[in-house]
Design a protein around this ligand. Structure first.
Ligand code: NAP
Length: 232
């Protein structure tokens, strides 16, 4: 198989960094997106030292200029993108309920968790359309499931529910391009966001990468955890 090219957002720590490590260990060339380039370089260094093809890049998913710059770099270096993992996420707002939510915090969640993946996907689409096996994975959460919805974490939950809706729409738009678009929940994972007690990042990342490894006739427009469909 020809060398595959991937971009992972929010990849300087947590699940994103582990996704980079697992992908790069399969000989994929991985652009490691980080909103702070120095943090991205620091995260990439040990992987590069192991011989992995990891390229740190400045990518704040809320900034169009960053998205354009990364797309230009990938275009110049490789001419296409095979795998986009929209992983960056913020604001697990356990301190709020829907009735009393600070809507400025809800807006922040939407900017990163919904509009971020949307505009990164738009920016990368010309490159993804040149792939023969394009994959887009939106890292969502069971908190965004309408079926499971609680009254808590309103900014996070509603922004992830909207990301799920976007996943279905993009999948339908891109079916003729052969690009599979799925939402995945990594499960409760022990990261800065998840806190202690969750499962190891290796398991969360594996749940994400299942959607990368799908065959061309695999599902699109679905919502999965550990390779099993879960309720919207
Ligand atoms: P994390 O450890 O808090 O990492 C979040 C990453 O997103 C960091 O690299 C952060 O960068 C980056 N980020 C935040 N805002 C960004 C922006 N505007 N542009 C680019 N990067 C940005 O969280 P995690 O647990 O690994 O979460 C990864 C994904 O999994 C998220 O989408 C999250 O919602 C989802 N998820 C996590 C769990 C869990 O239990 N952990 C459960 C379900 C879903 P900085 O270092 O610069 O802040």
């Amino acid at each position: 198989m020809t060398q595959r090219i991937a971009l992972v957002t929010g990849a300087n720590r947590g699940i994103g960094l582990e996704v980079v490590r697992q992908l790069a260990s399969e000989e994929v060339t991985v652009f490691l997106g980080a909103r702070d380039l120095e943090k991205g370089k620091g995260a990439a260094k040990p992987l590069q030292a192991e011989g992995m093809a990891v390229v740190p890049c400045r990518l704040d998913v809320t900034k169009l200029a960053d998205i354009e710059e990364v797309a230009t770099q990938i275009e110049q270096d490789y001419g296409r993108l095979d795998i986009l993992i929209n992983n960056a996420g913020v604001l697990y707002d356990t301190w709020q309920t829907a009735v009393a939510a600070d809507l400025s915090e809800v807006r922040t969640a939407f900017e990163t968790n919904t509009l971020g993946p949307w505009q990164v996907t738009q920016g990368m689409l010309p490159l993804l359309k040149r792939s023969e096996h394009g994959r887009i994975v939106n890292v969502s959460s069971g908190a965004g499931s309408l079926t499971e919805m609680s009254g808590n974490t309103p900014g996070y939950s509603v922004s992830k529910a909207a990301l799920n809706a976007l996943t279905i729409m993009l999948a339908k738009n891109l079916v003729d391009d052969g690009i599979l678009v799925n939402a995945v929940c990594p499960g409760w994972v022990a990261t800065d966001m998840g806190g202690s007690g969750g499962r190891p990042v290796e398991d969360g990342a594996a749940s994400v990468l299942w959607a990368v490894r799908l065959d061309d006739d695999g599902p699109t427009g679905g919502f999965f955890r550990d390779g099993k469909a879960i309720a919207w």
